[in-house]
Design a protein around this ligand. Structure first.
Ligand code: FE2
Length: 284
């Protein structure tokens, strides 16, 4: 059917429909809960978990169907993990070696012609198993927002500036002592539309490949004393404060590089009772 320019359908469509659909992250929803409601929900769910534990129930460390983290309701696992044979997976999975990762990839401030804006930081730690043994030669990848809290990602369109000198992704391989080290910029907090006025505490995403592809785990590192901790449903989907504390790096003046960067230490434990908490999949 030919639509004339003065046709009502054509003209209203031309006015209402933008050339490019607004990203989902920009669309406000009238049914969004307030921050106060989210905080109340978090407190209620933590209290309910404590009551179940007191009654002798075995409650998981991570509450995957955590209502205040609204999108988790639709995408949390509903079935038990599928067991796979690690050896057959290895035949098909990507592989890497020491020579595939260059030393410079651990410095996120050197990826462009100029220096990125923001507070330079050195993040260093050890990757350990639950017996305290170093995990050598393990691939660690990070990604993060820039100092203004903006990701280079089509879904992140909030009005904070991109930094032409900062991409926000890096990787390294642990040394013989299980140590890793990154030089980067302290990320800013950012809004994320989970509820009205929702802001994520500043964090760096970490991906760790264990000794096999099936051991890949993902988590987030936070910074000490962030005022947004109590407000954040992702951080609080871990029910115990002791486990949440394991995700927070400590300021370490010995890692601070004179005239250059602030130092943060964050050790990661991949197994057993002292393990760092890991997120299931697709976390924000
Ligand atoms: Fe993030």
């Amino acid at each position: 059917m030919l639509i004339e320019p003065n046709d009502e359908a054509f003209s209203s469509a031309a006015i209402v429909e933008p050339a490019v659909a607004a990203p989902e992250s920009l669309l406000a929803s009238a049914d969004m809960p307030s921050q106060h409601e989210i905080v109340r929900e978090i407190a209620d769910l933590h209290a309910a978990a404590e009551a179940r534990i007191a009654a002798g129930e075995d409650v998981p460390v991570t509450m995957v169907d955590f209502a205040p983290y609204r999108s988790s309701i639709l995408r949390h696992p509903t079935k038990n993990p599928r067991l796979v044979d690690p050896e057959s997976i290895e035949l098909w999975s990507p592989a890497y070696g020491q020579r595939d990762v260059a030393l410079i990839e651990s410095d996120l401030t050197l990826q462009h012609a100029g220096q990125p804006l923001g507070e330079r930081i050195t993040v260093q730690g050890r990757l350990l198993d639950s017996w305290g043994r170093p995990l050598r030669n393990q691939l660690i990848e990070i990604w993060q927002a820039n100092a203004a809290g903006r990701y280079i990602h089509q879904r992140d369109q909030h009005p904070a500036p991109l930094d032409p000198n900062f991409t926000g992704a890096g990787r390294t391989v642990t040394n013989d002592d299980g140590e890793y080290s990154f030089t980067t910029i302290k990320p800013g907090p950012y809004p994320w539309k989970n509820h009205i006025n929702a802001w994520r505490p500043a964090h760096i995403h970490f991906s760790l490949f264990g000794s096999g592809f099936t051991q890949r785990i993902i988590t987030q590192m936070y910074f000490p004393s962030d005022p947004l901790f109590a407000l954040d449903p992702i951080y609080n989907s871990i029910r115990s404060q002791r486990d949440r504390d394991r995700l927070i790096a400590s300021y370490d003046h010995d890692l601070t590089v004179p005239e250059f960067s602030m130092g943060y230490r964050w050790d990661i434990v991949v197994d057993g009772p002292d393990a760092t908490w890991f997120e299931p999949e697709d976390e924000h």
